[in-house]
Design a protein. Sequence first.
Length: 111
Amino acid sequence: MKKYAILWLIALIACNKEEKTNNTTPAPCVASYTTDIKPVIANKCATTDCHGHNGLANLNDYNILKERADNGNINKFVFELKMMPPTTATQLTDAEKEKLQCWLKNGAPNN
C-alpha cells in the first residue's frame, strides 16, 4: 500500500507542475530603406572611389541596389564572401549588418 501511495504522490506532483515553455516569438525585424539603409550605403558603399560614380554599380540609385538585393549579390558579397566593404574601407558595424540583413529578408523595400 505504501508503494501505491508514493506512486500516487509522484503522479500528483507531476500533474500539478506547470510546464514552462518559451512560446514567445522574436519581434519581426524592421528596417527602412530611407532611415536605415540609404545612409549606410551612402557613407560606406556608394562613395566616390567605390560604388558611387567611378563606373561600378552606382548604389546611390535605389533601382540598382534593389536589383543587387534581388539577385543575391548583396548577401553574397557582404555576408557570404565578406568581400564588401573591402578591408581597406570603413567596415559595417554589427548593427548596420543586422539592419541590412533585415531589409534584405523583407524584400528590400523602398520604404
